[in-house]
Ligand binder design. Sequence first.
Ligand SMILES: [Ca+2]
Ligand SMILES: [Ca+2]
Length: 392
Amino acid sequence: MTRPAKRAPLLLAMGLLPILATTACNAAGPDTAAAAQDTPAATSADQRPFTATEVSRFDQPWAMTFLPDGSLLVTEKRGKLQHLDLTSGQKHEITGVPKVAYGGQGGFGDVILHPDFARNNVVYVSYAEEGTLDTRGAAVARATLALNADGSGALKDLKVIWRQTPKVSGQGHYGHRLAFGPDGKLWISSSERQKFDPAQDMSGNLGKIIRLNDDGSVPADNPFASQGGVAAQVWSLGHRNVLGIAFDANGKLWAQEMGPAGGDELNLIQRGANYGYPIVSNGDHYDGRPIPDHDTRPEFAAPKVTWNPVISPAGLMFYSGSLFPQWKGSAFIGGLSSTSLVRVAFDGENAREAERFNMGERIREVEQGPDGALWLLEDGSKARLLKLTPKA
Ligand SMILES: [Ca+2]
Ligand SMILES: [Ca+2]
């Protein structure tokens, strides 16, 4: 699935950045210079501080998470959950997974561990689910992972604890990224299913960031708890397609958002805040209709980073390891249309793109391994699992 660029980047026009040519198809617009000012030049393979080693391949992988024993769980969009033993290289398909609505952007989504996984073996998975009358919506299930000595296993006692509401037509913008916060709560990104206005409608949970207890119940201290109903689940609203959420070392939640044309974002998520979509965006609709920029409506929370040309962010993690000490505290974003790994650096609550590594393939997911290596999953069929270690 390609994603058209809003405008050709300034750096491309200057001939400095041929690597991004695949994302650009239009002539440079009048306000390109300002929008592109913070975009660093992509780093070529021989300048990278890391070596990328292929470890395995998957069919349309979407997410991964490391288990305490160093093995890896990987979801595949068509509906498989794979368990990869990184020592033996053996891969086993985990049984007992929910049936997914595969198609478009939909299918199996995220997989994460309960904070007490080492004791309770509880995992959470997200996926697109069929409704009635050709509708779909994301769902989140909680289950116990029962692993056998040979690496095979099953999800037991699977229980759906959350659903997008309403279920709607189409196969895009599920979001359904998951994270546990330092508060012990389960956080879910619920994208707006390409329906725009639901992001501002508190009678549904589309276009929102959701905060739940680990059993799926609603915390009494959520910002809209007094409204009851679905609104009680909501932590923040006005989001488009949030394909990465992660907590930094200070416990602050960040979310990257695949925006409209020329409007990808990294947001610092604040309690009860409205991020403005589709009323404001620094990008514009793909059909050419303008959307007023953030600075016209300061009552809406503005992004900390905006990308134009877009990077198509998917997968977000904060680096805390020692293998790349220069990157401690940085965030890493997988780029789909930009076929890149993007490093974001922080100064308090401010953020900027610091580095961009061209990976030559769409990057769907980023993780930090137990030894501090960076791990990437490419997108699509025969996608590589890559381990990034410091160049010798
Ligand atoms: Ca992950
Ligand atoms: Ca705009």
